[in-house]
Write a protein that binds this ligand. Structure first.
Ligand code: NAD
Length: 336
């Protein structure tokens, strides 16, 4: 990526950290971004480049060292039993090749299979089930501590309050994306305008703002959606299958909603083919996606590769080109 040159001085780097932390706070804590995601990503890539060239400059409060931001104070804080990570980004074929090569060099003998999934533009949530009964929902927060949004999440019709079947672990945490469909978003914004309230900037913002409503009756009226794509704590002794895709299939059998467009592909060519296919499908999907997430399908390899401070080494988010509607949106005074 050569979007932006690295900082040549420590002062420039420190200013960049301060600027990014300001925008992170606006985005994650206040749900009120002041710049577009594309603009944020350019600054963030500049930060990563600077840190790669000057590892001794890395500040402890650099956004590269964390996931999101601290939780709001309205909701009860919950410490995640298993940390919730973000994802590293790829912006072009070169970034994808680099991601693939890094893994292929370590496992030259194996044909590498990847789960390929639309990257829903919503927010990550952790759902905890005890004996198959839904007991708690938490936001990602800073990855270590999130907010308890159980009451609000209970209003999401597609989330089972009880798992079906019998072979699930006694304790099961599943993770996935809460999002707002395009049609629900349009209806909500029309209602906002009819009431003389500000419309929301985009479905992600509307979903995040809705989940942070203190009145769950309002949340129920807004019809949020959910797809599962991962897990956190699983009872010790319960045998996790060998493949990520098998575990996700179990979730489907237990009644959790799966994204019907998720699939498994082989190698870097398989990932590229899926990207092209989804880029075509994107306008006709009922919800917004901002890219594709690829995850190494073999759980043993995932475990061997592990995590950096903020993201798994076995997964990547290939971003779609940004749809820049930001300037127009700012001009019409939206609620962000
Ligand atoms: P991210 O959105 O780039 O990727 C991680 C998230 O993807 C996960 O937490 C999960 O919620 C989601 N996801 C969707 N589908 C998934 C799937 N199938 N599998 C796994 N995860 C899936 O990372 P982030 O840390 O949530 O946010 C970073 C983004 O936020 C960047 O794109 C950045 O532009 C934006 N941001 C913008 C501003 C701003 O001021 N505009 C500030 C901070 C961050």
């Amino acid at each position: 990526m050569t979007l932006n040159a690295a900082c040549q001085s420590l002062e420039c780097y420190n200013d960049l950290v301060t600027e990014l932390n300001h925008h992170s706070y606006q985005y994650y804590v206040l749900d009120a971004p002041q710049i577009s995601d594309g603009q944020y990503d350019v600054l963030y890539q500049k930060l990563l480049k600077t840190e790669a060239e000057n590892p001794d400059w890395i500040a402890t409060d650099s956004p590269s060292q964390r996931v999101g931001d601290q939780p709001l104070s309205h909701f009860e804080s919950v410490t995640h039993r298993v940390a919730m990570y973000s994802l590293d980004n790829a912006f072009d074929d070169d970034d994808m090749q680099e991601f693939y090569q890094r893994i292929a060099e370590r496992y030259p003998e194996q044909s590498l299979m990847f789960s390929a999934e639309p990257k829903m533009d919503g927010l990550a949530i952790n759902l905890r089930y005890e004996e198959g009964v839904f007991v708690q929902a938490t936001t990602r927060g800073d990855g270590k501590v999130g907010e308890d949004v159980t009451q609000n999440v209970k209003t999401i019709q597609s989330i089972p309050l009880k798992l079906s079947g019998a072979n699930f672990p006694t304790t099961l945490e599943v993770r996935g994306e809460v999002f707002m469909s395009k049609s629900t978003f349009e209806k909500l914004n029309q209602q906002q305008l009819d009431k003389g309230d500000k419309p929301f900037a985009n479905p992600r913002n509307a979903a995040a703002g809705t989940l942070r409503q203190l009145d769950s009756k309002i949340v129920a009226q807004r019809h949020l959606s959910f797809y599962v794509y991962g897990w956190g704590e699983v009872s010790e002794g319960w045998a996790i299958p060998e493949l990520y895709s098998e575990m996700i299939a179990f979730f489907g059998e237990w009644g959790l909603p799966l994204n019907p467009n998720a699939t498994v592909v082989e190698g870097v060519e398989g990932m590229a083919g899926y990207y092209e296919k989804m880029l075509q499908l994107r306008p006709s999907l009922p919800y917004e996606i901002d890219g594709i997430v690829y995850k190494l399908n073999a759980i043993q390899l995932q475990q061997q590769l592990g995590f950096t401070a903020r993201a798994p080494r076995w997964a990547i988010a290939r971003k779609f080109p940004a749809e820049e509607v930001w300037t127009e949106l700012l001009a019409i005074d939206v609620q962000v």
